[in-house]
Each structure stands twice: as structure tokens, then as C-alpha cells.
Design a protein around this ligand. Structure first.
Ligand code: ADP
Length: 547
């Protein structure tokens, strides 16, 4: 017997319809590429995304055709999120920080039909457009009078001219909720990038989950600043969960430096912000010497790479901002776990609570996780045993676009498929996950594993160190030994010996790095994470001391 509830597909268009009806006057504020501040409302987003959908209907496209963006976080990008997916096409957000060759490769692989870009990416588009064989229309996200005259891009139109005359009364179509809605390529640190292809159903379920109080906990009272880019895993789903809750949204545009982000937080009374640790590092570095404080910011989601304890301490104890440490990946839409305390932790000291916040947190309902040893045997949740982390759930990929790389899933005894994350982790008795490392970054020394994250966290806790990256270097006896590359804070001094001494008592003796390498900068990848592959290349000729 089937239930007798209404059979309504879960579609992205329903989010924007809801936001318009119930939070129509809720504000959307964007710092534009032009530098000025643009303001309008959820009702305006809804109206203009219907115009986008109408304009797309006039472009001779098929259902599920891909429409690409090369754009910062801003209101026009948000309109494309709804107009493209809502009308049955697939929004392909491209990471503009990728190498131009990689961008052309991705656009061809996705078979993008239209590509919309912020004017700041004009040089990039000029470099790649001739190589993007499937793109039949190029749209600059600007007013008609800002369209560059001699761009060299055939048929280039302005976004405002493209949607300007379109009707605003478009009726969103209904279709199978499992239809593809958007796609995002992984950074491709190894091999060619592969795309996660999200569906309407997976996106809506993820948006519901993200809004839960122990997850992102968004509400109609929040003013949310997604610093995490809309070109990387849909800004962790915030454009969707903000519509679902009616939160005010503040888009930072291209200005991600500490000063600009701080000013926007204060001016727009931001209560909630989300981003990767490197961005928050820039913010804190700007605030500390000037003695600046937050007046409205209450919570910040930090994820994408491990949040160092020094950052958790600064936000929690110096600024009174709650840190929500999150873990996820492109293949998981991206949320997997989020670190919020349980009732029994509330009586603990601030330092003990911060030690829990260092973990990546508990699984969100909808995400099943387990850790396994090399033979695939499940390991205990005791906070000590570490193994390969596998996940399953309705917003986790079952395969990549065009079946690239074959079937990634690992079946269990019941035949259920688990996605191998490539991360190594522990899980404690309370269900808190802690990422030890990415499996390819873990340092294998004498048959034991050393977490590069632990080594980096200790280095950045030293007052003279701004950034650290730990890699394994060949050793004839131990296979690999850790060395740590560090960038000093401007004006600060520390010697190799002082830093090595700083490790004593903070980690097991055999885990202390064999060497410290002082560098001017550490290579950062397209999503703001340390690029260890590049660092390894840079340190190719390096030999451990005494060898
Ligand atoms: P890629 O970096 O390959 O593009 P993602 O951006 O999807 O992929 O990143 C996913 C990976 O980032 C995870 O598998 C994990 O290694 C790392 N990661 C994400 N969040 C955290 C976190 N809070 N702590 C440690 N590692 C994290």
C-alpha cells in the first residue's frame, strides 16, 4: 500500500517561489565587480530568474543542456542558479582560478552551450573562447552600456540586454526530481577533473539538512555572508538554504581580502559567515593589529581544509564567535559532518570545548559514514583507530559525469555502495569524526602514520608562523619523514631550532619533523587549499639533513 500524500517532485524552482512568497522583501546585498554595493530582494531574484528562464527558452536548448558560469558571488550569479536549474537546464559553475587550459578542457567535457562571465574574467574568456567548441553564446554579466566594444568574442551580449525584455511571468516546469540540476568539477589534484552531477532532489534534501540547527542552522533572522565561492560546490549550498529559510544574503563579490570582508560584515550586520581557513586567516590578520571587534557576527562555518586550533581559539575566545568546523567534499554536495557540541559538553571548560571543535564533527542526518582498514574491515569508533573514510547518502555521488573513472563505489556485505572519500579519519564514541589526513598526504614513517594536519597545526600555533605545510620526504630507513615548510609572519623571527623545540611535548617525539624549511609563500590551489603536489615539486631536489 502506498501512502496517500501528494506526489510533488522536489525541484529547485520551489525554493525561489517560496522565498518570493514568504520572504519577498528579504534583502540580497552584493559587492559588485564594479566595486559598488547592489541591493535588492528575494522577490527581485525570483522575478529576474524567471526572465533568465524565459531567455533560455529562446536559445534553442535541450532539457539538461549545460549553462556555464565564470563568476564571483553576486546577485546575477544567484539568478542563474535559479533560472538555469529551474527551467530544466544544468548550471555548470566553473572555477575561474583553474588554469585556462583546464577551463577549456572542462567546458568541452561538459559540452557547455552558453557561458556567462563576470567582466573581471574577460581576459580569461578571451584566452579560452576559441577552444570551447560547444559554446554557442557568450554572455557578460553586466549592463548593456558596460559591454566592451572590441572584445574579440563573437556575438558577445550583456546579461542585462539578454534578459531585459523577457516576460516576468514564466511558469516553472515540473519534471522528475532526479533530473540533473547543476555540476561541479573536482579540482583534479590528480589526473583530469571529474564532475559531480547534482540533482534537484539531492540539492533540496541537502538544503533541508544544511538548515538544521546542528548543521548550518540558518534562519530568517540571519544575515549570511558566503565567502565560500558559488563556483565551488554551490557555496556549500547556501544559495539554496538561504532561500529555504529566508535569510538575508550578503555576497562579497571579488573582494575577499581581510579589510573588505570585515567592512562588509559590519556594514551589513552579518550574523553568520562561511569560508575556508585561508580567508579567515586574512580576516584575523587584518583585525588583530587594528584592535577591531565584531558587533553582530555570531557564528562562522569553517571547512574545506582543517581549521587550525589557533583559529578556533581566536574566534571562540578572543572574538566570541562560534566556530562550526565542517567537513565535506565536492562529491558530497558538499556537507558531510559539522561540529556542534552535545548537551553533555556544555559544562566543560572553554579549552576542552575547543578541543572538540577541532574535530570535523558529527554526521548530518542523510550521511552514513564508516572507517575501514586496508582489508575493508570496519574499525571501531573509539577516537583512536584510524582508517579510510567511506560515506553514503542521497546527496553523495554514485558515479561521475560521463562515468569518468568507472564505478567509484565500494560495495559492503549487503551490496550497498559506499563512496571512498580519500580521507583517513578516526571517529570517537560520540560519533565525532576527525580527519587525520588525505590518504595521499599522510606521512608513512617506519610503518606508522603521521598526520600532516597535526604537524601543520602545531607550526601555525607559533606566534611567528603565518602558514605551514607538511610533506613526507624520502628516508632510506623510515621510508618517509615529515618536514614542514613555513611562511613567517611579516616582521616576526623564529629559527629552525626554536620551531623544532616548540614541537616538544605537543606531539610524540618520533612525529616531530626532521626539518623546517622557510619559504616566501606556500602554493595555494584554485579552491584556497594548500597545493601539496606543487610544494613537493618545488622541493624536488631537497634532501633531509644528514643524508
Ligand atoms: P578537492 O580539494 O579535491 O577539490 P574538495 O574541495 O571537494 O575537493 O575537498 C574535499 C576534501 O577537502 C576532503 O576530502 C578533505 O580531504 C578536505 N577537507 C574538507 N573539509 C575539511 C576539514 N574540515 N578538515 C580537513 N580536511 C577537510
Amino acid at each position: 500500500m502506498l501512502g496517500l500524500m501528494q506526489d510533488q517532485p522536489l525541484l529547485i524552482s520551489s525554493l525561489i517561489e517560496f522565498a518570493e512568497r514568504h520572504h519577498g522583501d528579504g534583502e540580497i546585498v552584493s559587492r559588485r565587480v564594479e566595486g559598488d554595493i547592489h541591493r535588492y530582494t528575494w522577490a527581485d531574484v525570483a522575478r529576474r530568474s524567471r526572465q533568465v528562464a524565459s531567455a533560455l527558452d529562446g536559445e534553442n536548448l535541450l532539457f539538461s543542456d549545460r549553462i556555464a558560469t565564470l563568476a564571483w558571488n553576486g546577485y546575477r550569479h544567484l539568478e542563474l542558479y535559479y533560472g538555469v536549474s529551474g527551467s530544466g537546464r544544468v548550471l555548470h559553475t566553473i572555477n575561474p582560478r583553474l588554469h585556462p587550459e583546464q577551463i577549456a578542457w572542462i567546458a568541452n567535457h561538459a559540452e557547455d552551450q552558453i557561458l556567462c562571465f563576470d567582466l573581471s574574467f574577460l581576459p580569461l574568456v578571451q584566452a579560452v573562447h576559441a577552444k570551447c567548441a560547444t559554446v554557442k553564446k557568450w554572455i557578460a554579466l553586466c549592463d548593456a552600456d558596460k559591454l566592451p566594444a572590441d572584445s574579440g568574442i563573437p556575438g558577445l551580449v550583456s546579461y542585462e540586454a539578454w534578459i531585459g525584455d523577457q516576460p516576468t511571468d514564466y511558469a516553472w516546469p515540473s519534471f522528475d526530481e532526479n533530473s540533473a540540476s547543476s555540476m561541479c568539477y573536482t579540482s583534479g589534484t590528480t589526473g583530469n577533473p571529474k564532475a559531480a552531477l547534482y540533482s534537484h532532489r539531492s540539492t533540496i534534501l541537502h538544503a533541508y539538512a544544511a538548515a538544521l540547527p546542528d548543521v548550518m542552522g540558518l534562519s530568517a533572522r540571519d544575515s549570511v555572508l558566503p565567502v565560500v565561492p558559488m563556483f565551488h560546490v554551490n557555496a556549500w549550498g547556501i544559495p539554496y538554504s538561504a532561500a529555504l529559510t529566508g535569510a538575508k544574503v550578503v555576497f562579497p563579490g571579488p573582494a575577499l581580502d581581510g579589510k573588505s570582508v570585515y567592512e562588509l560584515i559590519e556594514a551589513e550586520k552579518v550574523t553568520y559567515a562561511a569560508g575556508v581557513p585561508t580567508v579567515w586567516q586574512m580576516l584575523l590578520t587584518h583585525m588583530k593589529p587594528a584592535g577591531l571587534r565584531f558587533t553582530t557576527l555570531k557564528r562562522t562555518v569553517i571547512g574545506g581544509s582543517a581549521c587550525p586550533p589557533a583559529m578556533i581559539h581566536a574566534f571562540q575566545q578572543d572574538y566570541g564567535v562560534e566556530v562550526l568546523h565542517a567537513w565535506g567534499m565536492t562529491e558530497m554536495s558538499p556537507l558531510g559532518t559539522l561540529c556542534t557540541l552535545k548537551n553533555k559538553h556544555l559544562s566543560m571548560s572553554a579549552d576542552a570545548q575547543d578541543a572538540i571543535r577541532l574535530k570535523q564533527g558529527r554526521a548530518i542526518f542523510g550521511v552514513d559514514m564508516k572507517i575501514v582498514d586496508g582489508d575493508g574491515k570496519e574499525l571501531p569508533w573509539d577516537g583512536k583507530a584510524y582508517g579510510d573514510l567511506l560515506v553514503k547518502g542521497p546527496w553523495i555521488v554514485k558515479e561521475y559525469f560521463k562515468a569518468e573513472g568507472g564505478n567509484p563505489l565500494v560495495p559492503d556485505a549487503q551490496g550497498r555502495g559506499w563512496f571512498p572519500t580519500g580521507d583517513v579519519a578516526t571517529i570517537d564514541a560520540d560519533g565525532f569524526l576527525q580527519i587525520t589526513d588525505r590518504s595521499k598526504d599522510v606521512i608513512k614513517s617506519g610503518g606508522e602514520w603521521i598526520s600532516s594536519i597535526d604537524i601543520e597545526n602545531i607550526a601555525v600555533a607559533h606566534p611567528a608562523i603565518a602558514m605551514a605545510a607538511c610533506i613526507g620526504v624520502f628516508h632510506p630507513k623510515w621510508d618517509e619523514r615529515p618536514v614542514v615548510a613555513v611562511v613567517k609572519r611579516p616582521g616576526a623571527e623564529v629559527t629552525r631550532e626554536e620551531l623544532l623545540k616548540f614541537y616538544e611535548g605537543k606531539t610524540a617525539k618520533w612525529q616531530i619533523p626532521d626539518d623546517v624549511i622557510f619559504v616566501e609563500a606556500i602554493p595555494i590551489g584554485a579552491t584556497g587549499k594548500i597545493l601539496k603536489t606543487k610544494l613537493r615539486e618545488q622541493l624536488k631536489g631537497y634532501k633531509l639533513p644528514g643524508l
